[in-house]
Design a protein around this ligand. Structure first.
Ligand code: GAP
Length: 515
């Protein structure tokens, strides 16, 4: 059986082979951690965005959307704290000349202890069977207990160093833990330094008139600076939200795991403006709502978990991640943050404008608090691909690669196939296409055997294949073949639209979320 790592590699190759994701500027050997979405990838991505956008702006009458520009006045990033504090601690290995994030090296070390503990536990579980008591085993088994003590001590030390922004201590931890560079295998490390993740450029034509500006590292600030515009022109009453989907840019030191950590990526963010003092109630509400949104896709409830932040940003009073079980472990896909009134207050201070809300019920003005939900489109894309990619052994020794994508997200909903390229079958197939194409992304395929055509559609996750044969011309019926079960049904052409519509309707998901 293939390891998780091997399957992940195959999934990445599959993404390229079937037009989902290409390395950027590939003919020039690509650009680190920058990717292009192909003909199928962009459809899947657009469906993810539609699912998110509608779940915010259709399901909530008090949430509206905006589309702010990527370039913003540079003072925005001073006010938000990004100029001074949007840093990662980096460290170089002097022998391999490779650069790493010091925090990631330490977190990987903690994960190694966790792996050792899990391995021992699993071994014992097999040995003791039903009578196995995991907690008791962890307390009493000497080797496991030793790992737990070491892990917890490292974790506490790391947490303290991060909270104190103590770069020397981070380096000392790396030395004490004897962490080696994976390339050179040596412990010849530089000091740890802070590295700002924002990309800079210049706006304006003359050297002295040019202004240093940044590519936005998050879309959220576009919402904060438009808070007053939207609140006034939309006559919005608190609580209300502003949603946005757009590109963000970060000069990530270590970019890895395909589209998980990119230098150009897309975010879907919603800032929910609330009365101060109600933030814990709304934080809980959005945590639950967002998890339901994920689970409604049916990728498997056990693949999600919350991860509460230990190190809170200085302006946040609660923060949690929704993590998804990727082949490389549980990883953050979305963050939910209680950001207090930090951002609006900072912008009020730096712009000199009054940014408040007059609450008619209290007859007083205040600076709203904010709950933010922030999800990366690309990480969502990756989690769906990882869950959907399957290599199946079929009866008779055959194999197939299939993407079990949720039908609502599948890039192509149906493929229409004439059994042969003659006898009026292509013309009939075109008629069926024309009937479906206004509502569903539909492909047409007349090349190769039907079996090969089925496999091509399985590989891009098309839920329905529709075959037109000679009988169709007499009985107006077609063969529908279902992607997941490979079962086939004979169906009247007039019933096709309803069959597909039912399977790909996002309404069914929205109803689940709102239950
Ligand atoms: N406004 C809050 C904010 O930006 P974040 O946790 O830094 O918070 C939110 O980012 C989400 O954006 C993450 O949960 C992740 O899905 C996505 N994201 C962040 N950095 C990314 C990167 N380099 N590549 C891909 N997605 C990224």
């Amino acid at each position: 059986m293939a390891t998780q790592e091997e399957t992940f590699k195959k999934m990445v190759a599959h993404c390229k082979e079937y037009g989902f994701v290409f390395p950027s500027s590939e003919i020039y050997d690509g650009l680190g951690a920058v990717y292009d979405y192909g003909q199928n990838g962009v459809e899947l991505k657009n469906n993810i965005k539609r699912y998110w956008w509608d779940s915010m702006t259709l399901l909530h009458e008090n949430i509206v959307g905006i589309d702010a520009s990527i370039f913003m006045h540079p003072t925005v990033w001073k006010a938000s704290g990004h100029v001074d504090a949007f840093n990662d601690p980096l460290i170089d290995n002097k022998d391999s000349k490779k650069r790493y994030r010091a925090d990631v090296l330490i977190e990987d070390q903690i994960a190694k202890y966790d792996e050792k503990i899990d391995k021992e536990v699993e071994k014992a579980r097999k040995r003791f069977g039903d009578s196995f008591n995991e907690e008791l085993f962890k307390q009493t088994n000497e080797r496991v207990h030793e790992h737990i003590v070491k892990r917890d001590a490292l974790h506490d030390r790391y947490k303290a160093a991060m909270n104190a922004n103590d770069l020397n201590e981070l380096k000392q931890i790396i030395l004490d833990e004897e962490i080696v560079c994976p390339i050179s295998g040596t412990r010849n490390w530089t000091d740890v330094r802070q590295f700002n993740l924002m990309f800079q450029t210049e706006m304006g034509s003359t050297a002295d008139g040019a202004m240093k500006i940044y590519l936005r590292p998050e879309t959220a600030q576009g919402i904060f600076v438009n808070y007053l515009n939207v609140q006034k022109t939309g006559r919005m009453k608190i609580p209300f939200g502003i949603a946005q989907i757009g590109k963000a840019f970060r000069n990530e030191i270590v970019a890895r795991q395909f589209v998980f950590r990119m230098r150009e990526f897309e975010q879907m963010e919603m800032q929910f403006f609330i009365k101060p003092g109600t933030e814990m109630e709304w934080f809980k509400h959005w945590k639950e709502f967002r998890l339901k949104w994920h689970k409604a896709l049916g990728l498997g409830d056990e693949k999600y978990r919350y991860h509460d932040h230990e190190k809170l940003a200085h302006y946040a009073n609660a923060a949690t991640d929704i993590e998804f079980l990727m082949p490389f472990g549980f990883k953050e896909v979305e963050g939910i943050h209680s950001r207090t009134n930090f951002d609006l207050s900072q912008h009020a201070q730096y712009s000199g404008k009054k940014i408040e809300y007059f609450d008619p019920e209290l007859n007083e003005s205040y600076t709203p608090y904010v709950i933010e939900t922030s999800i990366g489109v690309d990480r969502m894309f990756l989690s769906i691909m990882c869950a959907a990619y399957k290599e199946e052994q079929l009866e008779g020794g055959d194999t197939r690669v299939v993407l079990n994508l949720p039908p609502v997200l599948a890039p192509v909903k149906a493929c229409v196939m004439p059994l042969v390229k003659k006898d009026g079958l292509p013309e009939k197939a075109r008629e069926v296409m024309d009937m479906l194409k206004f509502d569903f992304k539909t492909n047409y395929d007349e090349k190769d055997s039907i079996g090969k055509r089925y496999r091509r559609q399985d590989a891009i996750g098309t839920p329905f294949c529709i075959t037109i044969d000679h009988d169709t011309l007499n009985d107006n019926c077609v063969t529908v073949r279902y992607r997941d079960t490979m079962a086939q049904d004979r169906i009247n052409i007039n019933d096709l639209h309803a069959l597909i519509a039912k399977a790909v309707d996002m309404k069914q998901l929205y109803k689940k979320i709102m239950e």
